[in-house]
Design a protein around this ligand. Sequence first.
Ligand SMILES: C[S@@+](CC[C@H](N)C(=O)[O-])C[C@H]1O[C@@H](n2cnc3c(N)ncnc32)[C@H](O)[C@@H]1O
Length: 354
Amino acid sequence: MSDTLSKLTYQTFQQGKNYFGLAHKTLSSQLMNLIHPTLGQKTKPIPNEVLLKIHQRLSLLLETDWQDAQKGLYPTSLLFDNPWSDFFRYYPLVCLDIPQIWERAEQKKYQEFSQEVETDGYPSYYVQNFHHQSNGYLSDESANLYDLQVEILFSGTADPMRRRILAPLTQGLKAFESVPPKQIRVLDVACGTGRTLRMLRATLPQASLYGTDLSPAYLRKANQQLSQIKGELPQLLQANAEELPYLNDYFHAVTSVFLFHELPAKVRQTVIEQCFRVTKPGGVFVICDSIQLHDSPELAVTMESFPEIFHEPYYRDYTHDDLIERLEKAGFENIEVQVHFMSKYFIAHKPAEN
Ligand SMILES: C[S@@+](CC[C@H](N)C(=O)[O-])C[C@H]1O[C@@H](n2cnc3c(N)ncnc32)[C@H](O)[C@@H]1O
């Protein structure tokens, strides 16, 4: 396929996901306003000039995604990677789950779990219906619906935002150019259903990949999804990111996507310190998470609405938090910040040994 044609196909693919997400959100919010009118009153409408800014940022994100593939950072096929069979299979269940989500939101039930779900042994901040999700992160049903729910929430941009960790990661790994590619170790902390690990596998086909998450159900899903792709299966391990079960100085690079806004402030610091501990001297730690108020004040209205619509108990605190200070406190240096669409990236380096 010529470059022009495949760029057009990519843009059309993204536009399709965008329209699908917007159509789903518009229809469900109209229904919600009929059935639960009080829920819709919780948020302010987004002014047109803010919508325009969001649209401009979205176009930039997709252009960067396309350009990074063109530069050979990852295969162009990754731009079209989508779990289609899961999407068709689980979309009806996503819709059927909506009335329970509204019910829970209206009744302010934030820790509602089915009896068969084991909630013992997890930190209390984690035993929550994040995004009002049925059974939080603790059931196989939740793991099956998660990727589709995120796609709808971000109108198809979740993967392009995740992929923005790949350029700084590859750049950071240049510090280990003398190490054979097979001996490079990369850890994804809070890997969820494994979307980022898929991208890492496509970018670093020979590296040893590791993923850790607190949810056994999400790890089962990750294992199932990752078994279907070429290359060595990443080693997945259930663990609390506050106590990473790996040796000191073990990984050449560590990544974490969409975790920090779901942690209380103190835990954010502990997790950063753990990531520092397991990163090799000279290694890189790349965080992708939500934008914050000081880098994107023009989008404050969206940041204020987000925790109101979706149950995100630590999000507001996260949007004010100084992650650079936290990273420096842990020992990281040369911290670079990037913003792409609705996400922010912290690229932090562990000082090399002299
Ligand atoms: C919003 S999801 C992001 C998942 C994935 N990184 C992605 O890009 O979709 C947050 C993830 O963090 C995990 N998580 C939350 N707190 C954790 C902790 N203390 N230790 C390990 N994982 C945690 C959850 O189980 C969930 O999979």
